[in-house]
Every structure is written in C-alpha cells, then in structure tokens.
Ligand binder design. Sequence first.
Ligand code: GLC
Length: 556
Amino acid sequence: MQWWQHTVIYQVYVRSFFDSNGDGIGDIPGITAKLDYLEALGVETLWVTPFFSSPHRDFGYDVSDYRTVSSVYGSMDDVRTLIREVHRRGMRIILDMVLNHTSIDHPWFRESRRSRDNPKRDWYVWRPGRKSHGKKPPNNWRSMVYGSGWHYDPMTEEWYWAAFLPFQSDLNWRNLEVRKEMRSMLTSWLEEGIDGFRLDIFDCIFEDPQWRDNPFSPHLLPKLDQGISTFQRVDRIRHLDETFLLAEELRGLADSYGGFLVGEVFGDWPVLRRYCGTSSCSGLHLVFLFQSLDAPFTARGFRRLLEQAEAWFPHPWSPVWVFGNHDRQRRMKTLKGSVEKAKLQAAFQLSARGVPCIYYGEEIGMGHGTIPVGESRDAAARLFTDRFPHFLVSLIDRMTGGAVHRDNCRTPMQWDDTAHAGFCSADASPWLPVQADASFVHTAAQLSDSQSLLNWYRKLLALRREYPPLTRGSLEIVRIPAHDRDILGYIRSAGEQAVLVLLNFSSRKISDIPLRYGNRHFTTLLLATGGGHLDPRSVQLDPWEACIFMEERLQK
Ligand code: GLC
C-alpha cells in the first residue's frame, strides 16, 4: 500500500493558524512554530492553504505569482525551513494549488487584457459578447458564487470568464504555453521537496469549446454535487473530458516525485470516481468526499455513506473523509456544540478505511463564529451585500448554511487563554475576531484534560499508528438487527489482525451488542469514549459512545 492511501491530512489555513510576527495575520514561521503540536497530535500530512504572491482579495486564492511567496506570509526561506522541519519529523506537506485561475493582477492577465492580439491574450478565456455592440455576456454560464461568470472589459470590448469571483480570471488550459508554464511551476515546487498538491476547484479547469449555454434546471439553490447551479445545470463548465485527461497527466508528474494529488471537485459518486480513474487508479490520487458533510448524523446516514464509499472507492482507491474546511460551516455548529458527537464523528473519521482530513481547530471543537455578514472580510459576501438589502443577504446566508460569507469558519486558532487566544501577540489585532468561547475552548486546556476532545483525537491517531487494520485493513460493515437504527459497526481486517468499531449514534444507552461476528470474537477493548461496559459476550454503549475492540486471538 502507498502512504498516501492512508495518510492523515491536517488543513492549515495559514492566515488563521499562528502569527509569529505580530501583524495579526498567521504566517509560515507560525506553522513551523507549531509543528511540535501537530506532530504530537499525530497528523501526518499538512495541507497548507495558498501562500503565493497575491493581492489577497480572496486571501491567497487569487495568485499573482506562483513562484514567489507573499510577504504577508513570509519568504521562500521560511517555506524551505517549513518543508525541512516537516520532513525532519517524518511528516509530509502538500501545497494548495490554484490551477483554474489567477488574480486579475497577475502580470499574465494584465498583458492579456491589453489588446486582442497580445501574445498573452489566449492565456485566458476571452469571448465577444452577444447582442448589439456585444454588451450581453457570451452565454448563460453562471459563476460558482453569484451571477454571470462573464465580465466585460472595456479596454478590448470583450468578456473574460471567471468561474469563481470576478477578480479570479480563468486560465485557458487549451493554450499549450499555459500548460507548459503551469507544469514547470508544479515541477519546481516538487523539486523544493513538496509532497503533492491539493487542487483547487479542479473540475472547472475546462469549458465547453463551443460555448453552448448550460441547460435549464428548475432549482434556485445550487447543489454542486448534483451538477446544479441556480436555474441551470453546469454541464458546459464542469467535468469536461479534457479535465479527466489532465488529471491523468498531472498524476504522472506527482507520481514521478512520490507525491500525491487531492482534488477539490464537486460531483456525484460516479463523477468523483472518474477523477481518480474509472478502471484503474490512474487519475487524481484522492478527491474530497463532501458527501460526508451532508450525511444525516445517524447510524443509517453514516452506514449509507460508508456503503457508497466502499462501492465507489474500493481498494486501491481511498475515500477522503472531510467534515469541514475554510469554505464551510464549522462542524461543531452542525453538531450543536456536542463534544460527545464530535468524539463519535472523530472515531468514524479516523477508523473508517481511507484518508481523514482534519480542519484546523476541529480537534478542539472550535465552533462557527458569529461575525455578521455586514462585517465580513470575505469578497464572496460583497457580491451579495453590494446588490441586495441586508435582511435578504442575512436570510440567504442562513438558507445556505453560512455560504454567503466564510469568515466564521476562519477565525483564529485557539491556543490558550492569553490575549487573542494566543494566536498573536497581545498588542496585535487579529485579522478576524477571536471567538467568544476562546477563554475555555483552547489547546492548552484540552491537553491537560485526559477526557478532552483533543486527547480523544490523539488517542485515536496513536491507535491508528499502532494497529495496521486501521490503516491498511479492508472494511466490512456488520449489522446488528436489534440495534440497526442506532449502532453503526464495522470490522477492519489486515492479514491476521482485525478490529471492531462500534458507534452509538443515539442518545440512548444500548445493551447486548454482540462481540462475536461469524468466527471472530472481539474481547479486548482498545479505546472507548465512555467506559465501554463489557461482559465476555456483549457490550453496552452509552449515548453517542464509540468503542474499538481487538480480536481475541490477537491479544498481546
Ligand atoms: C476553492 C477554495 C475557496 C476559493 C475558491 C476560489 O473553492 O476552497 O476558498 O475561494 O476555490 O479559488
């Protein structure tokens, strides 16, 4: 098995992790300073959000030079130190690569917009408009965020395409010079020792070469995993055949350096699988399964999730289990602040087959912030606040689960109970306000509490390292007819070893849960959130309790 098939990813949102120089903004030396914490936590691969030169209108996802480091975050030397220190600890590091678009402040785009015959013109996606004087967008394609994704440029009286925000102009990946330059840029980072890339909105890379309208759909609210945007399907702007071919090509590059690629792509199960190769594991190494964010928090909901993941991503493919990121509502909000449920979810995430991806702060149960839309720093919100009345924007924000602005899942990491939760020095002003609960939800308090969520993560991650079935094992769901509604159970086996995972997704105490399945008998309790009350034949689980057992014949 390859290391990336079972690695544990930890996402660091650079801006919010740790500020080393007192400007209120997290930075690269700040990550290096916290590597001991991450190593002790037991995570294996760091995903660091973009730190390249950028005007930071989308906080780094608008790159103006892929080969240099933004002075806001540090220097190239700082990056080299980070890479070295990560590797010294036996860990890995992947970069967040925004291949789909650059900032409109990138020198390439500045050139491109200058004239229709500029040598860089074809590096971006330009089209003449429709109707009289071309003042209507070329077609009906919508951006991922709001409104048409086409933007009129008076300088040359044409429209450029931006799949995300208006200042993030899409590169034209059909241009061979673009491909060559981007490949060379990726190679130079791999040469620096990077272990792979997270690929930002990879499914948007190509657009329909015939510029046909997207087909109509009756839905108002976008459902990206079903290929639906507001009143249209996204068939002409996502998942084009060439995108899958590019995935294969980039895989070849990453493989030659022993690295991996994890794609941010939105689609149903067959589409996600296609990104990773349909008949052989030949496309992106991994893709995030955002399905886990929408699964009902019930035994049935998570069993269904697992069944689908096993069906669509059987070995040698690996599911990636994700419950939060810098664009989504913090999971603690969905779980209504319940630490018990967060522990149960962590037990699932770290014991199911595949790659867990932990978002910074998830391990201490950081909640969703309370920054109102009107005070947000996120450019995505301004697309709405500039156009609509405040009450409507707030309503849309609530209806979409906080999708209008993303500041609330990006608040500073909570390290201790000093000023600004220890994120930056006392006299600095953090770029986003620290959350109100920071005086008691922080790593320092949780490290010294053996029952804390943080220590539960640490125990689970240690167990994962100790018992190969938890990383390399196959997965078999076990059904307990009397408790099917409440208990999710599965066995992970590798060679001679097997472990049983039992998760109580209910607020009830459940007794008489069998410990014998076929000829396997699990008697040794390895880990439990509660007591894991045990007699030789069965176990009793407390509300929301998670237990992990080892098979009898393997007792040490
Ligand atoms: C991805 C990133 C998001 C960013 C967008 C545009 O969805 O996760 O933060 O704003 O792409 O690059």
